[in-house]
Every structure is written in C-alpha cells, then in structure tokens.
Design a protein around this ligand. Structure first.
Ligand code: SF4
Ligand code: SF4
Length: 339
C-alpha cells in the first residue's frame, strides 16, 4: 500500500475465514466476531490482506493524509466506529498469536487454578477409602466417570472464558488452521513425527538409565489398569480417554490458555518452559518429571511454531497411544493380572 492509500475495513462482510491473518507478514491484524483490527504501528502497507480477502471486508483506497505507521493503532467495530486504541508502541515483534484471540495472564491463571483444584478433588476422591473398598466392577466405572467429569469441567471453563469475550474455540486455539498450503501441512506432519521420535527416544533412554541406576520407575501398565481395569471394555475406554479426550483437553489447557497467557507477559521460551514444568507436575510422579517436561517443551514449541493446536494434539495423542498400546500388549500377553 502506498503512503497515499489506506485500508478500509468492513467487519459486516467478514466471514472470519482467517486468510488475511495468515498472509499478514507483520501480525498486524486481528479479526473477531464483530471487528477487524489493524495495528497501524506494525502495518507496513504491503496490501497482502487486501488481496487475500475475497469477501471484500478489507479494501485499499487512496487519499490517506498519513502513512499507516504515522497513525495510532485503531480498530473498526461492526458499527463502523473507532474502538479504543490498541496498545502497540514497540517496534515490530512477530509473536504469532492465534487468530484474533489472545489469552490473558489472568485467564491462564484462572484455568490453571480450576484445573489444579479439579485435579486434586479427583485424586482425593478416587483415593478415598470408601471408594477403594468397592468391588472392581463398581470402582472402574466410577473412576472413569470422575475422569470424564474432570475433563468436562475444564472444557466448560475454557468455553465460558472464550464466550464471555465473544470468541470461538477455533480462533482461541488456532483449531481452524493447519497451515496455509500443502507444504505447511507437510511441515506440520514432519514436525509431529520428529517430535514423537525425539521425545520417545529420550523417554526410553531415560527409562533404561534409571533402571540401570537401580531406581524403580512407576509401571505405566499398573497406572492405566488401576483406573480402567483389564477387561476389553475398560481398555477400550482407556484408549478413548488417554489417546483422544485426554490429549485434546490437556492441550487446550496447557498449550492453549496457559502457554498463550504466560507468553503475553513472559515471552515465548519462559512460557514454554513454565507450562512444561506444570504439565509434568500434573502427572504426579517424580520419575516422570523429566520425560514429561521434555514432552511439554516439545508440545509447547510445536503449538507456538505452528500457530495451531492440532500438531500438538496429534503429537500428544500419538505419544499416549504408544504407552496405551504397550499396556494393552502387556495385558494381552498376560503380564497383568485380570481385575
Ligand atoms: S497491509 Fe500488510 S502489514 Fe498491513 S495489515 Fe495488511 S497484510 Fe498486514
Ligand atoms: S480475509 Fe476478509 S473475510 Fe477473511 S477473515 Fe480476513 S477480513 Fe474476514
């Protein structure tokens, strides 16, 4: 865009396809349910968003009296009025947030607090003497039900936090995009494969070394079968919970709200490391602390690098799938007594 041209924004025409966000090289755009926002300090007038917007919601017209960088930040609401100025006085820094929705530190703290409280309540309930005194046929369904409630509570909280800001799940977690072209999608797949290989190799080497040193790692099979039992139905539920639902919800919490909220105040790498440590701590095993921190860092970097949670969800699911497959193998081979 030349200094004589300016962007005209019409949120009413916007279908929130996200194309403009993908092509903006300076991360100068935000698009929400009823607004399109341009950070004029960042915007260098390249006009790529205009070309990308097929709906005609962003247009370039001539006659501006000032260059974009000379203007203050501004937003255009659905009513066509200027909204409150958007703070962006620092030089361009490509933070690459998800589309149109940035988590605040307060929202991250609220998510962590509720998740932690729910986690402690779940652990206390499932370890209670009354529950443990029940027969296995009753105990296993209750444990699975409690786990389902635990996940549902987190999703409900995230949903509420997003909706109170008029956002959507897709934009809050970058679930609407998997890369702008085929090459990007293949890059995501390659990074997931590399991440799986790297984290699994580290976990395996770590397991071998700790065993050589005489440390007794917690048996994964025991942990899984204690909750889900060894019956085929229980193992199927283990797959559903641990390979699909668990990784999805945990990614929403740790690499979604928490990472993004921390990142706004602390920067990318401190946020990645802190959420990884918290993620590892939630596994409540000193032995798992190192491999889970490594996995958390890999997942955090992946979510940040790809600007989408899908690759992190895929890596987390595949990582868990290998663990669950090993448990099923042990059970089928008769290594764990049937309960
Ligand atoms: S003109 Fe270029 S830099 Fe400015 S918002 Fe559009 S794509 Fe981004
Ligand atoms: S490209 Fe146009 S329609 Fe799509 S999100 Fe951007 S402004 Fe809206």
């Amino acid at each position: 865009m030349s200094p004589q041209a300016r962007l005209v924004l019409n949120p009413r025409l916007c279908d929130r396809c996200g194309r403009c966000l993908s092509v903006c090289p300076l991360n100068a755009l935000r698009v929400g349910r009823s607004y399109i926002m341009v950070d004029w300090v960042r915007c260098d007038g390249c006009n790529k968003c205009v070309s990308a917007c097929k709906a005609g919601a962003i247009k370039a017209v001539g006659g501006a009296s000032q260059t974009p960088r000379a203007r203050s930040s501004a937003a255009v609401s659905a009513a066509g009025k200027k909204a409150a100025p958007h703070r962006a006085t620092k030089p361009v820094k490509r933070k690459r947030p998800y589309e149109g929705f940035e988590w605040s530190l307060l929202e991250a703290a609220a998510t962590l607090s509720v998740t932690f409280s729910a986690f402690m309540a779940k652990e206390a309930f499932t370890a209670s003497k009354t529950l443990l005194a029940m027969p296995t046929e009753v105990l296993v369904p209750i444990r699975i039900g409690v786990l389902a409630i635990y996940y549902a509570l987190q999703v409900a909280l995230l949903r509420w936090l997003i909706h109170r800001r008029d956002g959507s799940f897709a934009e809050a977690f970058g679930l609407g995009r998997l890369g702008t072209n085929v090459a990007e999608k293949f890059r995501s797949i390659g990074l997931v494969a590399a991440g799986l290989l790297g984290t699994r190799v580290i976990a395996t080497v770590y397991g071998l070394v700790t065993r050589e040193l005489g440390l007794t790692p917690q048996a994964g099979a025991d942990t899984v079968t204690r909750v889900f039992g060894t019956a085929p139905g229980g193992l199927l539920l283990a797959v559903i919970m641990l390979v699909f639902i668990g990784p999805f919800v945990e990614e929403l919490v740790f690499r979604g709200a928490l990472l993004r909220g921390l990142q706004t105040k602390l920067g990318v790498w401190p946020a990645i490391v802190i959420q990884a440590l918290l993620f590892a701590a939630f596994h409540r095993s000193w032995w798992l602390l190192l491999p889970m921190t490594v996995l958390g860092i890999a997942l955090g970097w992946l979510a940040h690098e790809r600007r989408s949670l899908w690759p992190a969800i895929a890596l987390h699911a595949l990582y868990n799938a290998l663990s669950v497959a090993a448990v099923v193998w042990v059970v089928v081979a008769g290594g764990v007594g049937r309960s």
